[in-house]
Design a protein around this ligand. Structure first.
Ligand code: UDX
Ligand code: ADP
Length: 463
């Protein structure tokens, strides 16, 4: 089967970049990305490419090449579904904030709504591809909805988890380590898998396209993220041990990373991992394990989250104790709010939780981030539900000049590893700060010896 029209439901961090690259690499296929959010679609269609709703290096070039040719962004969801032979579901699946599985299970209401919508508007057979991160066995639920509420057409369900990391999405999509496609072991299932394999094969070497059964594919996504997050929590656990001894965690990382069985990546100690996937996926894994009565398995993985929460708390605590146990009304400058560099995404960013701890101690926080909007920062703090709106408005300021953020501050906290922070004029910063001037480097970004020389008192995580 040759696919001519693709529809992707959800124009977010996953759907947008993924479809842009699929369209770029398959000029003969029409790709329409739809979303209920009109503003988001308008931004994807903006002539000014700096206004795309997702910031990713290189994405503007890809969009420029394909948009209007075979890549379209639209709010006409029903029409795009109807016209496509293949529909990707790429909607958000946040952790549930209510009811059974609250704080753990994925909220599948958006996925279910999509399935019902596809069933309702389809006037022919379709391949439905799960792109959103989902708990194992969601495909089965989607299939059941489609089969029971549809108009008698055949639906094949594929799981095709996304492994792109934000900040490097375009690169990850253009040269992926692997593409994973899960499908049913039936003639229709195999045909559907082949149709999707053909799309990726336009630019991905065949041996890197893996096909599995649906459940293996769904589970592999959760397990990949759990393993990556576990590495970060493992090295973060060691960072505290290093601080209590004479060891330096970067040196330990380098030493163990040279062991080819361990490998050098994902061993960077930090103020804690963030992002939309790691915590959510591990919580999913924990929830599934618990539901199946596998308590030891659940506890094992839950510890990765506990360690991560502790690391954020430990960093905030370090700031408080170092500033003589009182930070009330002291100005603390935050460099960075995004959960990592080169993205404007702030979901689960460590900065949010560090800010929360400091605000509970009545600090004043001034934030500078090169890509995150003021609106987003306030909304992240409101969303926590633990701080009053009044406190947030009175105590948090967002500026677009880093020097202004640090002017008369008692301390600077580095929360994101944006490259530009390294090239600041630290002499000038020191001059204008309150003394003693402290820097808390949660990302091991700055050269500690260099800024200590300038007069700063520096705390570096894991040193
Ligand atoms: C992750 C997976 O990498 C990706 O494959 C999956 O599709 C989605 O989840 P992402 O969350 O975008 O991607 O970013 P990632 O680069 O994995 O970083 C996650 C968090 O871990 C960030 O907050 C990052 O700063 C932190 N991290 C990462 C560390 O603290 N140390 C490291 O060594 C690596
Ligand atoms: P991700 O990181 O998984 O891409 P995002 O939250 O960035 O998550 O994007 C998900 C998008 O899906 C949002 O823009 C949201 O408006 C959209 N969405 C959710 N449900 C539907 C739906 N039923 N129809 C169309 N779009 C939807």
């Amino acid at each position: 089967m040759k696919i001519k029209n693709i529809c992707c439901i959800g124009a977010g961090y996953v759907g947008g970049p993924t479809m842009a690259v699929i369209a770029q690499k398959n000029p003969e296929i029409n790709v329409t990305v739809v979303d209920l959010n009109k503003q988001r679609i308008a931004a994807w269609n903006d002539e000014d490419l700096s206004k795309l709703p997702v910031y990713e290096p290189g994405l503007d070039e890809v969009v420029k090449e394909a948009r209007g040719r075979n890549l379209f962004f639209s709010t006409e969801v029903d029409r795009a579904i109807d016209e496509a032979e293949m529909v990707f579901i790429s909607v958000n699946t946040p952790t549930k904030t209510y009811g059974e599985g609250k704080g753990m299970a994925a909220d599948l209401k958006y996925v279910e709504l999509c399935a019902r919508q596809i069933a309702r508007v389809s006037k022919g057979d379709k391949i439905v591809v799960e792109k959103s991160t989902l708990p194992v066995r969601t495909a089965q639920a989607v299939k059941s909805i489609l089969d029971n509420t549809g108009n008698g057409f055949k639906f094949s369900i594929l799981s095709n988890p996304e492994f792109l990391a934000e900040g490097t999405a375009v690169e990850d999509l253009q040269s992926p380590d692997r593409v994973l496609i899960g499908g049913e072991d039936t003639p229709e299932g195999k045909e559907a898998m082949q149709a999707l394999v053909d799309i990726y094969a336009s630019w991905v070497p065949k041996e890197q396209i893996l096909t599995t059964n649906v459940w293996s594919s769904e589970l592999s996504k959760l397990v990949a993220n759990a393993f990556l997050a576990q590495r970060v929590s493992s090295i973060n656990a060691i960072s505290e041990l290093c601080e209590a001894t004479e060891a330096d965690v970067d040196e330990v990382s380098r030493a163990i990373g040279k062991d080819s069985r361990i490998g050098p990546k994902f061993l960077k100690a930090s103020v804690g991992f963030g992002g939309s996937c790691f915590q959510k996926d591990i919580l999913n894994l924990v929830y599934i394990s618990k539901s199946l009565g596998l308590n030891e398995v659940a506890d094992y993985w839950e510890q990765v989250i506990i360690m991560n929460d502790y690391q954020k708390y430990r960093f905030a605590k370090k700031i408080i104790t170092t500033l003589y146990n009182t930070i009330a009304d002291k100005k603390i400058a935050f460099l960075g709010w995004a959960f990592k560099k080169d993205t404007n995404d702030t979901r689960e960013s460590a900065a949010i939780y560090v800010a929360e701890h400091l605000l509970q101690e009545q600090a004043k926080i001034v934030v500078y981030d090169p890509k995150v909007t003021e609106e987003q920062i306030y909304s992240d703090l409101e969303y926590l539900g633990t701080l009053s709106s009044e406190d947030i408005m009175n105590r948090v300021t967002v500026v677009n000049d880093p020097y202004k953020a640090m002017d008369k501050a008692h301390a600077v906290a580095v929360l994101t590893e944006w490259d530009e922070f390294k090239s600041y004029d630290w002499d000038r910063v020191y001059e204008n700060m309150m003394k003693p001037a402290f820097v808390f480097d949660g990302r091991r970004l700055l050269d500690e010896a260099e800024i200590t020389e300038k007069g700063f008192k520096v705390y570096t995580i894991g040193k």
